[in-house]
Design a protein around this ligand. Sequence first.
Ligand SMILES: Cc1cc2nc3c(=O)[nH]c(=O)nc-3n(C[C@H](O)[C@H](O)[C@H](O)COP(=O)(O)O)c2cc1C
Length: 166
Amino acid sequence: MDALELFARRYSCRAFKADPVPSEALMRLVDAARLAPSARAEQPWEFAVLTDPRLLKELGRLVDTGRFLGQAAACVAVLCRRGADYALEDGAAATQNILLCATALGLGACWIAGARKAYAPAVERALRAPATLALISLVALGVPAEPAPSERGRRPLAEVLHWQGF
Ligand SMILES: Cc1cc2nc3c(=O)[nH]c(=O)nc-3n(C[C@H](O)[C@H](O)[C@H](O)COP(=O)(O)O)c2cc1C
């Protein structure tokens, strides 16, 4: 699958089969994440890989925008060093790499907001994250339980593209 097809195939999957995600696949996701660009190549990120159903259920209870995390087979939590100048942008770039890598591996994935959410401190505590790290995102993962959506609802190219400025 080439990169353009990968972009087109990626979608937010929120329903997962009970099948586990192999450790090798989870390692490949984090390997892809660490290849993301970061401002001044600071790489302020750390990645917590979660497969314990009890922890996933606890997170699903905490995260009101991602209850389905409680039924996911796995999750990669993206955290960045508090105070890093571009923590949010760097963490977002790493998160997108995880989503695209998951698509390439045939896994379903969904970005769940983390930064600035009221539940972020509770999630950080549940992960036993050091105080130096701030939650950026949670990526729910698993084998998709439903077919991919046929309609992506994107604004048309002609509407969003502006040659030589506006
Ligand atoms: C920064 C960010 C935060 C998001 N947070 C959530 C979330 O908390 N819960 C959720 O179900 N989806 C979340 N999403 C997924 C979006 O809802 C999804 O990407 C959007 O609806 C487009 O659909 P698609 O990913 O299938 O193309 C988030 C996406 C981004 C980029």
